[in-house]
Design a protein around this ligand. Structure first.
Ligand code: PMP
Length: 443
C-alpha cells in the first residue's frame, strides 16, 4: 500500500510486481516483519541470461568487476564486439611462439629463476628506446615493468589513494580503472569528455574545490569514446595538476594506432616536475597473453611504486619479458604497428560505412581517429543494457555504456570494438545491430 502511494500506481500493479519477483526468488519473507525484495542478489543470479535481465547499475556492478563484463560475454557469442582486443590474426603470435620455444631450449633456467623486481633490464632499455620513438621521454631507470597497464593503475591506486581520497576520472572511462579506484574506497568525481578530450574547464572547478590526489586520463584515443585530447588541454591539465600537487595517470595503450595523423605529444613529455605517471600497456599492440606493460615515473613517486610492485608479486614473469625484447628492439615492432594501423583503419571504415547506410537517424557516433573503439549514442529512451539482451539472441555483443561511468550512469550509449572480428563478421554484426536498432526505434 505504501509503495503504491509512493509510486502513484495502483495496488494491483504493486501486488503483481511482488508476485513476479517472488516467482523469480527475489522476495524474502522475514517472520514478524513482512515481505521484502532481496537486496543481496549474489548467489541468486546463476545464468548469464539472468544477469542480463537486471539493470547493470542496480545489481551486477555490486559484485562483478566492470572490467570482466566484456569478457563475461565472450564464450558463446559469434560476433564479439564487446572488448577492446586485437584479432589474433593481426598479432605476431607465430613469431612469439617460436621465440618462447627457442628461449626455453637455450636457457631453461629462465623457468626456475626470479627476475628483477623492476623488470628485465634489457626490456627496460628496449622500452626506453621505443618510448623515445613515441616522444615519451624517460630513462631506463625510471621504467618499471608491470603485468599489463591494469597493474600500473592498481600500483598507483594502492600507493597513493586511500579510503575517501578524491580521484578524478573522465566520464565515460575505462571500466577496469573504475574498479581499481572504487576498490580503494576512493571518492570518485567525474569530468565529461567531448571531442577534444576531458573538459578542462570542469576539471579546474573540481580541482579548486576538492584537490584530488589523482587525475586519471586516457588522452589519446580515449576508451571508450575514441576522443583525442588537444595539445592545449594537455598543457592545461598538467598546469592544474601542478598547481594542486596532484598526480596525473596518463594511460596510453592506443597512441600507436592512429589512422590519419599522429596524435599530439604525451602529457608526460610536457611534464617538467614529475607529476605524470605514464602507462604503456602492450596488450593492444603486441600480446595480451604476455601481460606486459610499463610505468614511467620519477623521484620518490617511482620509488614508492617500485616498493608496491615488490609487495604485490616480486616482479613480473621473466620469460614473457625476455621473449618480447628482440621484437621491440628491432624494426619488427615498427613494421607491425604500421600493419596494425592499416588493418584496423579498414575495419573502422567498414563499420562507419555500414552505420552511415543503415543506422537510424536518431543514432549518432564519434568517428574514432585511432584506437579500437567506437562510441555510439542512442536516443535517451533506449537502454543499451536491454538492447544487449536482444542482440545477444543474434549471437552479437557490445559493451553497454553504463559500465563506463563511475557515477551518474548514462544508459543510452554503447561501445563497439571493431578490432577483434574479421571484416565478414564485422559486416554481419553491424548490419544486425542496425536492424535491431531500426526496430527498437520504430516501436
Ligand atoms: N587501460 C585501458 C585504457 C585499457 O583499455 C585497458 C584494456 N582494455 C587497460 C588499461 C588494461 O590493459 P592491460 O592490463 O592488458 O595492459
Amino acid at each position: 500500500r505504501e509503495l503504491s502511494k509512493q509510486l502513484g500506481v495502483s495496488l494491483v500493479t504493486v501486488v503483481k510486481a511482488y508476485n513476479k519477483l517472488e516467482k523469480e526468488n527475489f522476495v524474502e519473507s522475514i517472520q514478524g516483519r513482512g515481505t521484502f525484495v532481496t537486496t543481496e542478489m549474489q548467489g541468486k543470479v546463476d545464468t548469464e541470461q539472468d544477469m542480463l535481465s537486471f539493470n547493470w547499475q542496480l545489481s551486477v556492478q555490486d559484485y562483478l568487476p566492470r572490467s570482466q563484463f566484456s569478457q563475461f560475454h565472450y564464450v558463446p557469442e559469434k560476433i564479439h564486439l564487446s572488448s577492446s582486443m586485437i584479432d589474433p590474426g593481426l598479432l605476431p603470435n607465430r613469431y612469439l611462439e617460436r621465440e618462447i620455444n627457442q628461449m626455453i631450449s637455450e636457457n631453461p633456467k629462465l623457468l626456475s629463476q626470479y627476475g628483477p623486481i623492476q623488470g628485465d633490464e634489457q626490456l627496460r632499455f628496449a622500452m626506453y628506446e621505443y618510448l623515445k620513438g613515441l616522444e615519451v621521454p624517460t630513462k631506463p631507470e625510471n621504467i618499471l615493468v608491470t603485468s599489463g597497464s591494469q597493474q600500473g593503475i592498481d600500483l598507483v591506486a594502492r600507493t597513493f589513494v586511500g579510503p575517501g581520497d578524491v580521484v578524478v576520472m573522465e566520464a565515460p572511462t575505462y571500466p577496469g580503472a573504475i574498479d581499481v579506484f572504487r576498490g580503494r574506497g576512493a571518492t570518485i568525481l567525474t569530468v565529461p569528455v567531448d571531442n577534444d578530450g576531458m573538459r578542462v574547464d570542469i576539471l579546474q572547478n573540481l580541482c579548486d574545490k576538492y584537490k584530488p590526489k589523482v587525475i586519471y586520463t586516457i588522452p589519446t584515443f580515449h576508451n571508450p569514446t575514441g576522443a583525442v585530447m588537444t595539445l592545449k588541454r594537455r598543457k592545461q591539465i598538467l598546469n592544474i595538476a601542478q598547481s594542486i600537487q596532484s598526480i596525473i595517470i596518463e594511460d596510453d595503450p592506443y597512441s600507436e594506432i592512429y589512422f590519419d595523423k599522429k596524435p599530439p605529444v604525451s602529457i608526460k613529455s610536457l611534464d617538467e616536475y614529475g607529476h605524470v605517471i605514464y602507462l604503456k600497456g602492450l596488450s593492444k599492440t603486441l600480446a595480451p597473453g604476455c601481460r606486459i606493460g610499463i610505468l614511467a615515473a620519477s623521484g620518490s613517486i617511482f620509488k614508492r611504486l617500485l616498493a608496491a610492485k615488490s609487495n604485490i608479486d616480486l616482479g613480473s614473469p621473466l620469460l614473457t619479458q625476455k621473449v618480447i625484447v628482440p621484437f621491440i628492439k628491432s624494426r619488427k615492432m615498427k613494421d607491425h604497428t604500421k600493419k596494425l594501423r592499416t588493418a584496423l583503419k579498414v575495419r573502422r571504415d567498414l563499420v562507419l560505412s555500414i552505420l552511415s547506410e543503415n543506422a537510424p537517424s536518431e543514432i549518432s557516433w564519434i568517428i574514432p581517429k585511432g584506437g579500437l573503439n567506437l562510441w555510439i549514442t542512442l536516443p535517451s529512451w533506449i537502454d543499451s543494457n536491454h538492447l544487449l539482451v536482444k542482440v545477444k539472441k543474434q549471437e552479437l555483443t557490445f559493451l553497454p555504456g553504463s559500465a563506463c561511468y563511475a557515477v551518474e550512469h548514462e544508459n543510452h550509449h554503447l561501445r563497439l570494438s571493431y578490432s577483434y572480428m574479421n571484416e565478414q563478421l564485422l559486416h554481419r554484426g553491424i548490419t544486425i545491430l542496425c536492424e535491431i536498432l531500426q526496430s527498437e526505434i520504430s516501436l
